[in-house]
Structures are given as structure tokens and as C-alpha cells.
Design a protein around this ligand. Sequence first.
Ligand code: TNX
Length: 537
Amino acid sequence: MSRTLIHSLLVCCICIAILACTEEKKKRVLNFPKTDLAAENMIPKPVKVIPTEGGFALDEFAAIYTTNAQDFQEIGKFLAAKIKGKTELDIPVNIAEVPNREGVIYINQSDSIDLQAPESYQLYITPDSVILNSNSAAGAFRGVQTLRQIISETSNDTLAAYPVWTIPTGKIIDGPQFEYRGAMLDVARHFFDVGDVKKFIDLLAYYKYNVLHLHLTDDQGWRIEIKSWPKLTEVGGSTEVGGEAGGFYTQEEYKELVAYAAQHHITIVPEVDMPGHTNAASVSYPILNGNGKTPKLYEGMRVGFSTLDTRKDTVYTFIDDVIREISAMTPGPYFHIGGDESDATKKSDYIYFVEKVEKIVQKYGKRMIGWDEIAQADLDSTSISQFWRHTDFANEAIEQDMKIIMSPAVKTYLDMQYDTLSKHGLHWAAYIPTDTAYNWTPEAYEGIPLKNILGIEAPLWSETISDIDELEYLAFPRAIGYSELSWTTEENRDWENYKVRLANQAPFLDRMDVKYYPSPLIDWKKSKYSYEEIKKD
Ligand code: TNX
């Protein structure tokens, strides 16, 4: 090859390099309109937001890099998939460095002492990079939800020759107020299949929930396969409220749900409700029955008529098997034994029962949770009482130094109607409009000391709902408010401010095809649904 040819080739290469650099430079100086990170529609509201008014360009040149640990890599891929869903951009994750990649999102495991609190994270957003630091994968996952919420809804096509989504620059310092932030789904009164539950998990994860409690058994249905007692699902799972065919999760399906929840850093809390709410179990195995009547499949909505025979050894063999099989498939630390509305059980039998079952739960390495009535028994301080109705029982739990999950029916029951016009739901506790659901202080409720409060859970009972649309109508938007009550500190909560951020959830909810209740209290932005239309149905 002649020297001139080599020379021209070299010049050519240099020119290309210079051109590439100029391209890169052009992009770096993108002229973003002034941004305000503090005014973004983040729910739950973070602890601290410091805006710096610039913009990070999320575009086809961006890339995600994570700490080289599998759980962090998974979070990188999760973020890329969600960015794709929102923007259609294909952002590569942990690819070998490409010289002109710019706009890098780093997701780092960090041992900084600022990040010691569980699930806390910090986000540093500059025009060049987004750095998400967290001590744990769970914290990084919560930070990723924040990031998803602050990517502009639409691209700005005037900034460059290609679409650019804006992420406002600044710093976010964040972590949860409560360690337990849950929702409950009653799959017993009406069965919801794996796909429905996964969609619910997707939505809960976006709002930083970390617990999904599944109410797996009740008078009307037994929804989880127990290999050593197969008739529970064959017989007890065969129907539901209203007489439709019920359904149940096979153990494989339950494991699939647990794994899906774990990918979203959500713990599944399985509930087997007993000694009351057990008609479906007793129809399957009449030997368990303690109310003296012949059990028949039940498709109505009454409560308080069934009980296990609390003085029979077979009953405890049965419970041991059930708790053993479910605990083996449940990595989370909790097992919920129900314990509510046992009106057909004598008080002394009830107390005897709860104390015995607590030991079985502990034998399988779990912490017992039960509805507030369980605190009448003499319990270990590691057991947890779920406050739904009775302040006197909450006080008995406090005396025993137990933790309490706050689920007061008058404030947190997702199955309560919004108002008298609500299409679904009950109103035995209250009507709970969207503002009432948000405007209360779990930190100072009924005198329950803050140190006893493990967190908040919003239960969705399913007597009046039978499909995912109806589930979404009752759960949303109220479940969004509970996420803020459980994550955000009291001084950072304010209805007027929240209301605006909630109105701006409409594009996300629409994109997720959520049939939420378009509360007339909210000035919904660009919503597919209007209150007037829903009323007409
Ligand atoms: C009370 S809350 C119940 C449930 C019902 C619910 C309906 C609780 C511990 N028990 O059995 O489904 O009311 O709102």
C-alpha cells in the first residue's frame, strides 16, 4: 500500500472521528427547557428532592450499567423493559463499553452509611448520567420506580434530530417510613387467576409496596393446593360467591406467583383463615367441623357461622400439614392464620386454638400474623396483630409488646364503596372516598404507639367483585394513596399537593389499562375515562 494511500486513509479516519465527536458534542449541549425535579408527580413522595433545573436526555444513545451481582443485573433489565414500555427505546444493559455511548444510567450497590436504612436509595441525576445508589437490591428496585415516574410522558422532538425523553436533574434522597407496606387480595370469595394477581403486583410495585397478602381460604372457597389433603381444592375450591365455578392455585402456580412477587421485591403473605371462615375446609373434610351442623358448599356472603373443632387432634394434624406445605413454598417471614370473626367458636376454645397454632407457625420458621382478635390469646411478642376494627384488642397486642399492622376498616378497606353511587363494594364500615382514604394519620391512630406499628395494609375483600376490572375499580386510586401513607413521612404528606400528583397518574394507569375509579375529586389528566361515563354504565 502506498504511503499516500495510508495517509489519505488516516486523514479519513480522523475526519470521521472528529465528525463523531461533534455529533456527540451537539448532543451534550441539548438545550433543555428549565426543569423542576421537585414538581414531578412522584408517588409516594420522596424524603428529599433537590432540583438542579437541567435535563438528562433519555434517548437511543443511553445505556444502563449495574453492579455485577445478579439481583442488580435483574433490576437493570427490569428498568430497560419498563423504559421500552413507556418510550419504545431499546436501552442496552451492561454491554461492553461503546465509545460514543452517552447518557449512562448506573445502578450501584453502595455501602455508604447514608444508605443503611432498609430499602433506602439515592438518585443523582446530571445532564450526563443518572446514578442510583442503594445498599440493597430492594432499595435499588424502589429507586427504579422513582426513575420510571420522572421520565417525561412524551418525547421532546425539537431538542435533537431524534426523540429525547427528559429526566429532570437533581438529587433525591429517599427511604420508607414503614417497613411493611401491603395490600391484601381476597381470592377466596371470588377467585383471581395468576395473570390477574401478576397485574396487581405490577401496579403495587410501581408505588413501592413490598407486601401482597393473599387471603387464600374462607367459607366460600379453598384456593391453594395442599398435596396431603387434596379434597380441599377438589371440593372446597369448586365454587365461589354467587355460585360460579371457583378455582385454585396449584402449588406450581403459587410458586410462580411467589417468584413473580420476589422479582418485584414484594413478599407474599399467605393467609389460611381459621378457626372460623372454614366452611370450605369442613365440606372437604367433615371431620374438621366444629359447629355441629352438616357442612354444605356455601355461596353466600354471611360470616361467623363456621368453626374448626379446636379440641380434636386431627384438626392440628391438618393445620400442621397445611402450614408445612405452604411455608415450604413461601420464602417470606410471615404466615397469616386469620383468626377473625370466629363467632361460632367458644372464647376459651378460640384462645386455646390460637396459642397452639402460633407454635406450629413458629415450628415452620415463620412469624405469625392474625386479625386483631388473636391478641386475646397469650402470644409471643414476635407475633403480629392486624388491626381492622377493635381498639381493645389492639391494646391487648400492645401490652404483649406485639407489632401491629394498621388496616382500620373505616380508612383502609378497599372493598368499601367510595360513595352511595359506587358500582361495587360494601359499606358496613364506611363510605371511603379518595380523600378520606388519604387524609388520616396512621402514626397517631386510636392511640396506637408508633413504635408498635409495623406498617399499613389495605385489604380488598372480594364478595362484590369477580373480575380484574372490578378489582381495579375498588383498588385504584385509593391504593395509590395508601402507598404514600406507608412510605412518606407525615410532614411530607398533603392532600392538595397529592391530589395534583394523583391526577397525573392517569397516563400511567391508562397505559397499564387499569379501569380505575375516576373520582370526581380529582382533575384527571388526559384520562381515557371520565366520572360521567362511568356513572352512566
Ligand atoms: C370483614 S375484615 C371480614 C371479612 C369480610 C369483610 C368485608 C375481616 C378480618 N373480616 O371476612 O370479607 O369484612 O368487608
